[in-house]
Design a binder for this molecule. Structure first.
Ligand code: ADP
Ligand code: MG
Length: 300
């Protein structure tokens, strides 16, 4: 018993010493005593408090979020005194909170199989050197004002060469709408279909429902998918039908003109069905106005 007491005593002395050593740094001392935590508790956490102190000092000197030196960018390791212990957590700094608030509109745009970078697309950055973009941008302006005055503007069937900036342009529009709190979904259609077909999706119906009903929808790169009866008649058909009946703006990008799309949709592994392809294309035409974007390939 005596032995154990002795060990505990030695441990305690070591704790006190290490705390006193740390407190030789006046800034550390004023930091820990400013936490409103009992001294006997502070002594037990010298090392973690030193970590928190360093992060706190980093924050004091920090001018921009990008310069953050803390372990987790935008967060500060922070102690909180409890009854018998100190707990530590990562708290978002003011700059991080400001950024999160500024970017909160981004959650209005949902992406399926597309890169998050697209959320930075904006009208101000759209290349204006190329006149091909101007009529589309003009239509987008009309679209925004008509949408806001409760009209029923049509989407765009935007076709043209690979890399001309079709997806980027529509992302810029959806981001603009997101800032006005309007929700949208962009789907990279060929990959989305593969996923839908190959996975044992338990939430298939839920996802399908969401896509049908979202205020703004982009089916990106339509015509590049491997068309099957299922994808044409069970997926695309009902989505377009619902959106048409409910006047929900729907956008498409494609490397194919609408006539080429009709041909592509007619051919499936089960044969050729021109009537069903025509029916889909009729819906696309009802939902959109046709625009071409031919431009140099901007992909590196
Ligand atoms: P498409 O959909 O026609 O194949 P993208 O929209 O993917 O072409 O554009 C091709 C590349 O060029 C992408 O990397 C995209 O980010 C970039 N890009 C296109 N338009 C712009 C723009 N206005 N400003 C900056 N980058 C752009
Ligand atoms: Mg694209």
């Amino acid at each position: 018993m005596k032995k154990i007491d002795k060990v505990q005593q030695t441990d305690l002395t070591a704790l006190v010493h290490s705390f006193q050593d740390a407190c030789a740094n006046k800034e550390y001392k004023s930091y820990v005593y400013g936490l409103n935590i009992k001294e006997e508790l502070l002594m037990k956490y010298t090392s973690s408090l030193e970590d928190a102190f360093l992060e706190h000092q980093n924050c004091k000197k920090c001018k921009r979020l990008e310069e953050c030196k803390n372990k987790v960018e935008g967060f500060c390791y922070t102690p909180q005194g409890k009854e018998k212990m100190i707990s530590f957590s990562y708290e978002a700094c003011d700059k991080k909170i400001e950024q999160l608030e500024k970017d909160s509109y981004k959650s209005n745009l949902e992406l399926f199989e597309l890169s998050e970078d697209i959320k930075n697309a904006s009208f101000t950055d759209v290349y204006k050197d190329d006149k091909a973009r101007l009529p589309i941008l003009k239509y987008f302006k009309e679209f925004i004002s008509e949408y806001q005055s409760n009209g029923k503007p049509k989407g765009v069937y935007l076709h043209g060469n690979f890399g001309s900036g079709k997806t980027y342009l529509i992302a810029a529009l959806f981001n603009e709408m997101a800032k006005k709190d309007i929700k949208s979904i962009m789907i990279y259609y060929p990959k989305f279909l593969i996923k839908l077909k190959s996975s044992f999706q338990t939430n298939f119906n839920e996802q399908f429902d969401e896509i049908q009903k979202v205020p703004l929808l982009l089916l990106d790169d339509i015509g590049a998918e491997n068309c099957s009866n299922w994808s044409r008649d069970e997926v695309l058909g009902p989505i377009l039908q619902y959106r048409m009946e409910n006047h929900l703006p729907t956008f498409f990008t494609s490397n194919l003109t609408i006539e080429e799309l009709e041909k592509a949709l007619a051919v499936t592994s089960s044969g050729v069905d021109k009537v069903k392809a025509r029916r889909i294309v009729e819906r696309v035409k009802q939902l959109t106005i046709d625009h071409e974007l031919i431009s140099k390939n901007r992909r590196d």
